[in-house]
Design a protein around this ligand. Structure first.
Ligand SMILES: [Zn+2]
Length: 85
């Protein structure tokens, strides 16, 4: 029976690499809230939207729950349902 060889090297938790100025700037920019922008349909570029609900349940005779979604109004008038958000 032979003894296992002694461990010569082991992985340790080192100090993280220093942050470059670019990384610091990118981190700060990602934390900032995004500026407001118009919700537009990617197909017809219209900004008119309809809010619909999917999966509404009837509980005690009243509609409850469901998921709200925004769809494009002009596309819906043409018979296409394009979910925007
Ligand atoms: Zn559209």
């Amino acid at each position: 029976m032979s003894k296992p060889p002694p461990r010569r090297f082991a992985v340790i938790d080192g100090t993280p690499a220093p942050e470059t100025p670019v990384e610091g700037t990118l981190k700060r920019l990602r934390k900032q809230p995004r500026p407001p922008s118009l919700v537009r349909c990617p197909h017809c570029t219209s900004a008119a939207v309809l809010e619909i609900k999917i999966g509404v349940e009837l509980r005690n005779g009243k509609p409850r729950g469901g998921q709200k979604q925004l769809i494009c109004a002009p596309c819906f008038a043409r018979g296409e349902t394009r979910i925007l958000y």
